[in-house]
Structure formats: C-alpha cells, structure tokens
Design a protein around this ligand. Structure first.
Ligand SMILES: [Zn+2]
Length: 86
C-alpha cells in the first residue's frame, strides 16, 4: 500500500513539472533545453539540450551530441516528449 502511494506521489510531481506534448519524433527531433524526453523503461526525464550528451539510468535512452544522435533502444515511437513548465 505504501509502495503504491509513493508511486502515485512521484507521478503527480512529475506531471506538475512537465507538460506532455507528444510521443515520438515530429519530422525529426526538436532539440531544445526546455524540452524533455521520457524513457519508457525507467521514467527518466532527459533534457533535449543540444549541447550536452546524456544517457538514462537504464541505458535505453541515449543522446550523443558528438555523433548528433538521439534515440531509444525501444524505438523512437516509445519516447514521450514533455515541455518543462516555468
Ligand atoms: Zn531508461
């Protein structure tokens, strides 16, 4: 019961900070520091800041600036894009 409560609380917090935009790429990915991609496996929110490479804790979502690549092992269509609220 406690575990379930924690999960709901965590989800609520993330919904307050990020607004859902779409799932998957829209004519390619828009790289911007106020946009975030959510890993469908571990729920990590990755900034789409075009100047920094990043990888989520489970290794599914990868952003490699040096090679200009961004994507997920589970596929581009599994990536949810969010916009950070002010
Ligand atoms: Zn992940």
């Amino acid at each position: 019961m406690m575990k379930l409560f924690n999960k709901i609380k965590k989800k609520k917090e993330s919904l307050l900070r990020y607004q859902y935009l779409r799932t998957g790429p829209e004519n390619g990915w828009t790289m911007s520091s106020d946009l975030y991609a959510k890993c469908p496996k571990c729920g990590y929110y990755m900034s789409l800041d075009p100047t920094q490479s990043d990888m989520c804790p489970c290794g599914n979502l990868i952003k490699d600036i040096d090679y200009g690549r961004f994507g997920a092992r589970t596929g581009d269509k599994t990536i949810e894009i969010y916009q950070k609220k002010e």
